[in-house]
Design a binder for this molecule. Sequence first.
Ligand code: ZN
Ligand code: ZN
Length: 362
Amino acid sequence: MSTSSLKPEILISRLSHRPCHLIGAMITISDPPKPRALADRLWTHRVSSLGILDRLPPEIMWMFLDLLDIQSIARFAMVSSRGNTVVRSHRPYRDLVTFAPHVLAAFGRTGLNGLHSVAELYAALQTERCAKCKEYGAFLFLPTCERCCWECLLCNPSLRMVTPKEAKRYFGLSERYLHRLPTLSVIPGNYGICGDPAPDPCKLVSVKAARSLGLMVHGSAEKLAQAMARRCKSTLALIVGRYLQGEPAVAQDQDLLLMPCQGNIPTDNFFGMASIPFPSLSRSGRVEDGLWCKGCEVTVREHDRGRLPGDVLAAVVPPDCGPNRVLVGLERRARSRESFLEHIKHCYGARKLVAELKTGNS
Ligand SMILES: [Zn+2]
Ligand SMILES: [Zn+2]
């Protein structure tokens, strides 16, 4: 049944959702506090200056603010009423506070406040695409400030965290070097699809940062691999080490889900502990949070019950891919508004739901 006779807003409201089991698998910050630096009442009626900085034209001042991290810009705003006015006029920070306050709070609570500049964060806010593939990225991986999709979070080793002890083993790092890595303090809570509680306390480092440091220390990928092999005493540890040191052989313009399985991917014991839902802000000012397709959920259900027609399955799943991985991956995929409206024209489950909508069964 065609979707073209229904208005986009109706289609979006009836066919999209935000699956709690995916959103809740990551860092959750409910009711994030508004930064005190931007509170209106703080500086009312006070006059002050920024000293020598007052001589800078606004454009130069904003470039300077771009380079500050979240904590520093908040402190700058607290210096004086003039500083507060300047920060309030700085669009990147204002937009971050308005549209992603939960993300700013997450940086603070994980101890990563000083890791990225306001400009880096704002650039991530203004992109839609996952940094690792061509899909919409509904999440932010805090340690690298990269927007990412569910599938890449699941499969790409650069978007993983390990304990400092594991970083030593898999990247041949001594205690002396380990201290150079930024450490994330896991926010207590439940993570992953099964909602397992995080170990408390738990400190983690990013695989990407550990690998870069390992490469610097050992000089080449080959020597890094040898250093890892010397430290890994079991076959399983070797498999995990090779996976963490590698990069998926998938081009950025390919669909990871429709590629043959890259082999067994080791379990990520810290899935979700460094990532958080992240809206995207278009140049025109439109904010999106990602849309998940209810139709894809129907497709998975029909497949589980053995009711999915063979021609539908063959059209969606390439011959060398496992149907479960592809169908569940599509169910977990978030899309931009534009790509969602395009997707539901061809999605088996969505077309089924539209037919029910039109006959009044929904
Ligand atoms: Zn991706
Ligand atoms: Zn769908």
